[in-house]
Design a protein around this ligand. Structure first.
Ligand code: CP3
Length: 335
């Protein structure tokens, strides 16, 4: 059993390190491939290149887990919305058309995403048996913010509009059906852990957090349990509601963001393996500051199962040397 899966399933105490966005823009190896592949979605759908990018940080740093190179927006893409990535801007999707959305079918969805599943298969064959291959999805709320092009500065107003959509409950239900299918296909192809990114959960007004965050994440986690694949949830930005989220959703793992105090997490998030927390901005500072911040997390979680990671993805301006130094520091840490 891979190291990460073992920690999540058996609550094993053992060192394990990987980074969100480890396969990405801070790596010159990635930028080289990206510069020759202008269309980001097409790059995600190139199985050979996707597998190569997935393995770049593993070859370079010998991290414990690989996360498949893809994007959360590949699901709205497969459901018929055009997705454009413009450098320095938030990704833009073509307008959501209710009738088109409901006209999707599972066979066609799987066919469109075959290259992602093939990339997982190729990568699993090349990856060391002890290392996990992590698959992922965006949680429904976070995907809805892109699918409906919600203005994040005016989220309350936008949410009122969205809530008036008489089809909303049905849209959520159908979206979850396809997300579950995407998870199943990834697991069938060889992924052994699932991470669920709810990157914009922090925008949901308190009154709606159960409807848009706890319940949808809960349904997907329940589905993962039926597949016998451990899941790690990342409801970023929900502050003290991490506690309620954890009691409600009951995923095997939970990624904390940088606003969460590690000792608070240790005392309040029970029966779950905690992952991450370190502010990715810290990696832009001196080695001394990096090791000081990392020590806080390592020390806080030293007697419980903990997966070392960040409070959000690695930033594009991160120096790979700093990443390497942090990995060595973590691996050699005693005490
Ligand atoms: O290394 C990995 O983590 C695996 C691949 C991965 C990408 N995106 C590749 C990517 C993963 C797990 C994601 C998740 C993702 N994508 C999230 C959730 C995590 C988070 O960061 O909050 C979200 C919200 C997205 C949507 C998305 N995709 C945005 C907002 C952007 C543009 C800016 C950005 O954050 O990078 C992308 C593009 C994207 N996805 C890039 C990469 C490597 C950069 C593409 C480029 O070269 O321009």
């Amino acid at each position: 059993m891979s190291n990460l899966r073992d920690i999540l399933k058996n609550k094993k105490i053992c060192k394990s390190i990987w980074f969100m966005r480890q396969a990405g823009r801070y790596l010159p190896e990635f930028r080289k491939i990206r510069s020759k592949n202008k269309n980001f979605i097409n790059l995600c759908l190139n199985s050979e290149l996707s597998s190569e990018i997935t393995l770049q940080p593993i070859t370079k740093f010998n991290l414990d887990s690989a996360i498949i190179f893809s994007d959360i927006l590949i699901v709205p893409f497969a459901l018929g919305q055009e997705v454009r990535f413009i450098a320095g801007k938030s990704p833009k999707l073509s307008n959501f058309v209710t009738r088109d959305f409901f006209n999707n079918n599972e066979k066609e969805f799987t066919r469109k995403l075959k290259p992602v599943y093939k990339a997982i298969k190729i990568t699993r064959q090349k990856l060391d048996k002890n290392k996990s291959l992590i698959s992922f999805i965006g949680a429904p709320w976070t995907l809805l913010t892109y699918m409906f092009n919600l203005n994040r500065q005016k989220i309350h107003q936008n949410l009122l509009e969205l809530d008036k959509n008489k089809n909303l409950d049905h849209i959520l239900e159908v979206l979850i059906k396809y997300l579950n299918l995407h998870i199943k296909n990834q697991v069938d192809a060889g992924a052994d852990v699932v991470q669920i990114f709810d990157s914009w959960a922090g925008l949901i007004p308190l009154k709606k957090i159960e409807k848009f965050c706890f319940k949808p994440n809960g349904k997907i986690v329940e589905f993962c349990k039926k597949l016998d694949v451990p899941s790690i949830c990342f409801p970023k930005g929900i502050k003290n509601n991490y506690k309620k989220f954890n009691k409600f959703v009951k995923s095997e793992g939970i990624n904390i963001d940088s606003q969460i105090d590690p000792l608070w997490a240790k005392n309040n998030l029970k029966n779950v393996v905690i992952q991450g927390g370190l502010d990715p901005n810290v990696l832009l500072k001196s080695d001394k500051e990096i090791t000081k911040s990392a020590t806080k997390y390592i020390q806080s979680f030293k007697d419980i199962p903990y997966i070392f990671n960040l409070g959000h993805g690695l930033l594009p301006e991160t120096d790979p040397v700093k990443v390497s130094n942090l990995i060595n520091f973590y691996r050699n840490f005693n005490g």
